[in-house]
Write a protein of this length. Sequence first.
Lengths: 248, 297, 368
Amino acid sequence: MSQEPVAMPAVFVRDLTVAYDEKPVLWDVDLDIPSGTLTAIVGPNGAGKSTLIKSILGLVHAAAGTVRIFGEPHGRDHKVVGYVPQRGSVDWDFPTDALDVVTMGLYGELGWIRRPGRKERNRALECLDQVGMADFARRQISQLSGGQQQRVFLARALAQDARLYFMDEPFAGVDATTEVAIVDILKSLRSQGKTVVVVHHDLETVPTYFDRVALLNVRLMASGPVSDVFTPEHLQKTYGGKIAFLKS
Amino acid sequence: MSLVRDLFTDYTLRNVALGSVVLGIVSGVLGCFAVLRRQGLMGDALAHAALPGVCLAYMITGSKSSLTLIIGAGIAGWIGMLAILAIGRRTKIDQGSALGIVLTVFFGLGVVLLTVIQKGNDPNQAGLDKFLFGQAAALTAEHVTTMSTIGGIGLLFVALLFKEFKVLSFDPEFAGTIGLPVASLGKLLTGLLVLAIVIGLNTVGVILMSAMLIAPASAARQWTHSLGRMVLYSAVIGSASGLTGAIWSVLVPGIPTGPAIVICLGIAVAVSLILGSAQGLAWQSRRRKARRLEDPA
Amino acid sequence: MSTSTQVALVAITAGVSCALVGVFLVLRRMAMMADAISHSVLPGLVAGYVLAKGPNVLVGFLGATAAGLATVVLVELLTKSRRVKEDAAIGLVFPVLFSIGVLVVSKYYANVHIDTDAVLYGEIAFAPFDTLTVAGMDLGPQSLWVLGVLALLNAAFLFLFYKELKLSTFDAGLATTLGFLPTLIHYLLMGMVAVTTVGAFSAVGAILAVALIIVPPVTASLMTDRLPALIAFSILIGGSCGLGGYLLSVYWDVSPAGMIATTLGGVFTAVLFAAPTKGLAAQALRRRRQRSQFSTEMLVVHLAAHEHTPDQDRECTLLHLEQELGWTQEKAIWTVKRAVQSGMINFRDGAMTLTPKGSELARVSVAR
């Protein structure tokens, strides 16, 4: 290695191309995400934002490209990455309570066959407490509000104790209190040196919540620090005149 | 009561009792995962698809041993499953239609094979059509042993891989990110479903097997919000209904076993829907009031 | 008319009438509901028998139709209670209803006209002997008349309510706004399915009536996207498989109902492979063509991005393609060869450069 190494990016993506039915959803994407940052991925509907996350995580097959997580190809160490999927991706009528869902975040650590014990339950309870949901530990998940469900998902990710987090629209459909709580947690994760990448739908809050932003519409339009990249010109190029407001 | 004593001493009744309890436990447990993964109707399709397998197994080997027929049923069920998955993956045909096609076509083929067998005037073949509605009275100790062994394997998998199956059923995407081989595990779990089906075929029959998978789980769900308890209650409800229905069909001649068991299951589901402590309709207003009290605005 | 001709006609008519009602059922993704409705025919017939205190075709029909509609309603009630999901509801309701029917028959009517085997397989071979006599005149097989009337009724239903059916299938919200009463259409359709199943079951039995309802429309959907063609193909497939299946069953001396279902399966499989656009063979060919097109595009775009840059010598080599794009050596070589052949790039001394044609393709691909 060289003398003064450039800090290895948490996420390194080159020439990533993903297609469904041979129609490109992501085309030739190059993206670096430095560690210890809070990055937002924004773009219009169908821009491929969720697909980007899923292909980095290896959930979706890529037609071409390279992805490295902390320098390693993904799949090497699953404990490094935490994932908060979209709330709608799950059936909330499933027979399980909040504590149980959070405990699932520890399954990777437990490995095959081993059952979660008291130590795991206590860890899960701590994570629930961090998101302000300790009182709801035994509540069946269908009896939780949207914001509470989102917080349970977040607690599960915290339980994973990962270095890098991917979150898909964590702020969608949550109440104001929950939104504040989530932002606090994201910022505290960053201060612990963790990296967080968030698919975000609300352009207004990008400058206040995030350090960096990636503008995506099948191709990566721009990425970098918010102050440099989050400009009317770039937004126009990404959304193609579909946005109603332009930040000055 | 003399019935209870007969359950232990009478050969037929003992096997009927044991067989239906084994069946009830296995379909109760595996049925929970089928229902939660919306694969209940796949169980129906695979049960119907098993018919040609049973016929071919007999035609090829000439044997009606339960193991032979179960293997035949299993292979046919497995092929049916592959067909359903292939249709879903490679075309835009929705799963319901794919299930319907496999169900009816395979069953039709089975009916054709049944008539071929029946033409053979082989006295040995009588009883293959009992696979349609099941006949508990025909259960032998050999049947029970086979059922228990195969069922035991299925239950062992569930016991060992319980948390893996749980996260797979609840959030397969998340499961993929923590390193679980989601596709293979999913096939395993569906394959265990085939296992449960082939065990039930000679007791409940092809046509009503779906209820054996769906009803205990649906009833159990009304009593608990925990998956572990749901599986347990489902096993209990499945075996109780199986036992009651099977004994009923043996003691009262003329009633095939399958319908008898299903009626018991139906009663269990109806009672659970109304009185179930977790979700039952009877307690709905009481639950709503309680929730309004304890939750902040 | 000879016996076998009569039976053949019954088979064809069954195929046609079932296919007609199956089209919109399949389009609405309610195929398994047809399975449920057809099983409830038995308790419905039994109820009719009990009410009429004996065999009565009309009461039996009404009972079966009512039972079919009751199935639909029960499934919906269970689903709406949110304690049971829709697929589980279907898998609960029809076995319970069916079992009640079997129980009543076995217990009280064991020696009587209703025969559970017949419900399952039908008795098409006996159709010519069950004739309709009106005013002392023998008009031929009863089931032929029933199915014929049903075929006409279903066709009339489709014709009269064509736009309502079409709209409520593809855009229920809009249908409600325009006052098309999608709920009414829904129950009318379900009623037609129930009635048709009853009519068909004497020919092919309950389970195989479902085959005739589901398989022709699904097969037709692999052949066309246009609704009128879909209906036409469904009728064609239903009728011809009815006939073909019956003839084969005579030739091999096997169950007619089973053979019809098997024939449907064979036709479906054949179409699945061979259909022009949606068939598996066509899909494989198209995928291969698109894959090579796609790879070529990726190659020229990649070259265009890196040419005239300091990295050019490094980026525009074969090895680099394998590294950066994650292609296998085989794929890289093959794509480059194809690109050279179609005049998109020049490949000399291990380095690739774009031709004007290739640059144009790159520009167009990026602009898309």
